[in-house]
Design a protein around this ligand. Sequence first.
Ligand SMILES: NC(=O)c1ccc[n+]([C@@H]2O[C@H](COP(=O)([O-])OP(=O)(O)OC[C@H]3O[C@@H](n4cnc5c(N)ncnc54)[C@H](O)[C@@H]3O)[C@@H](O)[C@H]2O)c1
Length: 270
Amino acid sequence: MKNLFSLEADVAVVTGALGKLGSIWIEALLNAGASVFALDLADVKVSENFRKLQTRFDETRLKLDRTDVKDRKSLEVVCSHCLATFGVPTILVNNAGIDRPPASSSKGYRIEDIPFEENRDIFEVNTLGLFLVAQVFGSCMADAGRGSIINIGSLYASVSPDERFYDHIPGDLPFLKPPAYGASKAAVVNLTRYLATHGAPHGVRVNALSPGGVLGGQDEEFKRKFCNRVPMGRMATAEDLHGPLLFLASQASVYVTGTELLVDGGFTAW
Ligand SMILES: NC(=O)c1ccc[n+]([C@@H]2O[C@H](COP(=O)([O-])OP(=O)(O)OC[C@H]3O[C@@H](n4cnc5c(N)ncnc54)[C@H](O)[C@@H]3O)[C@@H](O)[C@H]2O)c1
């Protein structure tokens, strides 16, 4: 069983490495033996959790580079850096994404006033950027004849956000989760199937991993309402995400491609 989930011979690329979930995926991959080539935007500060990983794993195991997932040229440059540093990537965690969290000071909207640009920006990163990363790193994998791409989706790929989770947030106008968020993630699930069919003849598997709400920084009232809506009665912890990622990344899922693994405590079952 240990060997089935081992990533000792693997090189993993993780986008959005400095965000909340980035270090969760990276820790799981490092603990399983992979080397990790971590990517994030040039102007993003190294997160506390990423810093902790850097103290446990030196640059022979964990390397940070900078890129924008919307910029093909820059992706090709970091792909060549990855090849020179660790060799051909065998795992890609396509995790970079944008949302508009309620904790931000962002103002509320009426649905008819949601700016076009906000929806466009979300689609550009979450869907089109994710596809671009898969094109660049996936073609290296295809040339090498093996690889596992894990596209990070969301429970909101399957259901629309329940705006009552946010109705305690003060303001003249309601907080609305951006409509493009769930739509961009639903598109990710469909692109996953597209990529899977094209990757299969080249030994590249492509799956989506869709987390539910992950604990961290939410206000108490939101947590109470959200958890009440989850059959398992709680939000996801970092540890809840490790196993599903390792399953999709490793030989344990060797005959699994084109699927969406929902890790949501049963949220979408209700
Ligand atoms: N946090 C949750 O509860 C949750 C639940 C379901 C799905 N997700 C998904 O998980 C992924 C990570 O979420 P998170 O909570 O860590 O978000 P986050 O905002 O904390 O991190 C996202 C990271 O992506 C990076 N990024 C944004 N635009 C980029 C670009 N153009 N190029 C390169 N990097 C870019 C950001 O700099 C950031 O470090 C996202 O795709 C998100 O939609 C999160």
